[in-house]
Design a protein around this ligand. Structure first.
Ligand code: UTP
Length: 271
């Protein structure tokens, strides 16, 4: 099975830096997010890791070539996004490379910190069910409008519908940037492209179309998820990683406690 990592977006939420530096190259302490997600795919054992880049994000290619040793570098392949229709277009650009097989999709602006490799958690479920599997994370009620939300069939892990950034919903399970998808998704994306009038092709809409023909399963992923494509998520991931690193943990913890004391002394009610 191959893995696809779309890294050709504009990253406007992290502008101005993203005018020249792709958000996937922003370091989490000292390691770019794209490095961590390629490492995740390689450690899950995929035969090939296809990274989709654009003119603006092309610096990812020389970086990954330098960052990985020969044995791993040989498994990383680059494609330029030739369908300018958002994330759906990036996935569609990989359809030939995936060659009619189920494939893993990892969004590099979502990272997981935990004991089990995030994408590995989906592979077994895919083989057992023979279906597409979507990774999910629990979110609070006031966060649902930021995510693609998953509505399940009652009492099952089978998806009934996906809702893109709803203002309100009964679900607390958000799509989390890790998927195993059957090639049926390319037919759905292509149909959407044919009816498209220049806008982005939404992966969520394509998944809803896929649901008309195939069942899709959901797995709640272990580990802490960070959306590093927005400012707050990026900051939080850096702090969390610092707290997990033995060389930084002590001094960082002390600094955070000092900050808290300062906020309390100032009468900050959220401290
Ligand atoms: P986003 O949906 O966050 O879009 O991408 P974006 O354009 O990068 O970011 P904002 O919203 O402008 O801040 C989710 C993932 O899909 C990739 C991105 O690189 C990111 O990893 N993507 C998005 C593409 O590969 N191509 C696209 O055309 C859009």
């Amino acid at each position: 099975m191959k893995a696809v990592i779309p890294a050709a977006g504009n990253g406007t939420r992290l502008s101005p830096a993203t005018k020249v530096l792709p958000k996937e190259m922003f370091p989490l302490i000292d390691t770019p997010a794209i490095h961590m997600v390629v490492e995740e795919a390689l450690s899950a054992g995929f035969d090939e890791v296809i990274v989709v880049i654009s003119g603006v994000t092309s610096i990812i290619k020389p970086y990954l070539r330098k960052a990985f040793e020969d044995d791993k570098r040989g498994k990383i392949r680059f494609l330029v996004q030739d369908e300018p229709y958002g994330l759906g277009g990036a996935v569609l650009s990989a359809s030939k490379a995936v060659n009619g097989e189920p494939f893993a999709l990892l969004l590099p602006d979502e990272i997981f910190l935990g004991d089990t490799v995030a994408i590995t958690q989906l592979i077994e479920a895919h083989y057992v069910k023979g279906a597409s599997v979507i990774g999910a994370s629990f979110v609070e009620e006031d966060e649902v409008s930021r995510y693609g939300m998953i509505i399940l069939e009652p009492g099952l892990n089978r998806v009934a519908a996906f809702e893109e950034k709803p203002t309100a919903t009964t679900s607390r399970q958000a799509m989390s940037g890790r998927y195993i998808l059957t090639p049926g998704i390319f037919i759905c994306l292509q149909k959407m492209k044919n009816n498209n009038h220049g806008g982005e092709i939404s992966l969520t809409d394509a998944l809803n179309l896929l649901l008309e023909d195939e069942s899709i399963e959901m797995i709640e992923l272990e580990g802490n998820r960070f959306d590093v494509g927005n400012k707050l998520g990026y900051l939080m991931a850096n702090i969390e990683m610092g707290l997990r690193r033995p060389d930084l943990n002590g001094a960082l913890k002390q600094y955070l406690m000092e900050v808290r004391e300062r906020l309390i002394a100032r009468g900050d009610e959220h401290a």
